[in-house]
Design a protein around this ligand. Structure first.
Ligand code: LMR
Length: 398
């Protein structure tokens, strides 16, 4: 039977890592997948993760199954991290958090939940969005559409057109937003714009779905919840898909969460039963190690403080590389104004490079970036920035 199977194209992001690994050029640079690297180009295991892992190894409790939605401790820690200790949502117990295999797992659980409970709903996503978003919802049979987001002329947010489009979204549809550090553009709404987005969704009766994968990489762990907070009003519903791949450096542990905030506790319990049903027929119950690491760090005041320092260090290094890249582009005479790179938030820079220029960077310079022109700034180091800027300048000159 397999002879009738046709080959699928390589993944737009993870496929680049395979191509990079196969490239024999010793000067090759991988700025595709969103993975943090330090100045030496290594993806470190955070000190807090090492400390938590040592504690867990010394006290291996059990490897029996976790509940379908994961441990209660994890759910509580995730909610506190997102909503803050004082927030009404954790206190009123109107949210259920399912521990999922990564942020992608959270999105897929959400997609299955939407398909099973709101069969007619369309999920609206920003144009552009993370390359895997449409595929995750399509795999669950959920239709998707887009709303305007990026303004190429200003390298900023096309807020007027975004709001105009959101105002036309039918009641009962779902609107996917990036909680901070928009992937791929690095452009986030301001606090006032978040307030207006939240008000608009409230008015049309659309359900907000926040993809929250980069908490701490924008302004700070607490500061980056500002967008989310705009949707946290008593009695209001939302879904948050979190990932701890980046901010805890736990990429391969696949640790994330899907949080469904209902209007009240009674409604939450019904939602929770449907979330469990979606998970049970997918991966049954979650793997535990990554989540145990996260809980150990978040529950220990000293480790938690140290972790915030580690996140700040990653954030500062990325921002330093933004400044250096802009300087180097000028030094190499790259045509255009690249100041916008310094204004973008999070791991990525939406460089404006065209698909042809991206191809040339790969074929002629062994520099791997995503076809949309998205550069993983967290992969730039003091040793590769000069070659990167010179190569970008070359392809931009034509
Ligand atoms: C990315 O956008 O590069 C990351 O979220 C990793 C991935 O799975 O695509």
């Amino acid at each position: 039977m397999f002879e009738s199977v046709s080959a699928a194209p390589p993944d737009a992001i993870l496929g680049l890592t395979d191509a990079y690994k196969a490239d024999p050029n010793p000067e090759k640079i991988n700025l595709g997948v969103g993975v943090y690297q330090d100045e030496q180009g290594r993806t470190p295991v955070l000190g807090t993760v090492r400390a938590a892992a040592a504690r867990l190894a010394a006290d291996l409790a059990s490897k029996s199954y976790l509940p379908i939605t994961g441990s209660a401790d994890y759910a509580e820690a995730v909610q506190k991290l997102m909503f803050g200790d004082q927030d009404e949502i954790p206190r009123s117990r109107r949210a259920v958090t399912a521990h999922t295999p990564g942020g992608t797992g959270a999105l897929r659980v959400t997609a299955d939940f939407i398909r099973q409970n709101f069969a007619d709903a369309t999920v609206w996503m920003s144009q552009p969005t993370w390359a895997n978003h449409p595929a995750v919802f399509a795999a669950a049979g959920v239709p998707t559409k887009t709303y305007p987001y990026f303004d190429k002329a200003s390298n900023g947010l096309n807020f007027e057109e975004m709001i105009a489009a959101l105002k036309k979204i039918p009641e009962g549809d779902v609107v996917l937003l990036h909680g901070c550090c928009h992937n791929p553009t690095g452009i986030d709404p301001t606090a006032e714009q978040w307030a207006e987005i939240a008000k608009t969704l409230r008015t049309v009766g659309a359900l907000p779905l926040i993809d929250f994968a980069y908490q701490g990489f924008g302004e700070g762990v607490k500061e980056d919840t500002a967008g989310l907070q705009a949707f946290c009003r008593p009695g209001e519903e939302l879904i948050v898909c979190s990932s701890f791949s980046k901010n805890f450096g736990l990429y391969r542990e696949r640790v994330g969460a899907a949080t469904f905030v209902a209007a009240d506790q009674d409604s939450m319990l019904r939602v929770a039963s449907q979330v469990k049903r979606a998970i049970r027929s997918n991966y049954s119950n979650p793997p535990s190690h990554g989540a145990e690491l996260v809980v150990t760090i978040l529950q220990d005041a000293k480790l938690r403080k140290q972790w915030e320092g580690e996140v700040a260090e990653m954030r500062d290094r990325i921002n330093g590389m933004r400044t250096l890249l802009v300087e180097k582009l000028a030094e190499h005479g790259a045509p255009g104004d690249f100041e916008f790179i310094k204004r973008q938030k999070g791991m990525f820079s939406f460089s404006g490079l065209t698909p042809d220029q991206v191809e040339r960077l790969k074929n002629d310079y062994a520099i791997y970036i995503v076809g949309s022109g998205r550069i993983n700034v967290a992969g730039i180091t003091p040793s590769n920035v000069d070659r990167l800027a010179k190569s970008m300048a070359d392809v931009l000159k034509g």
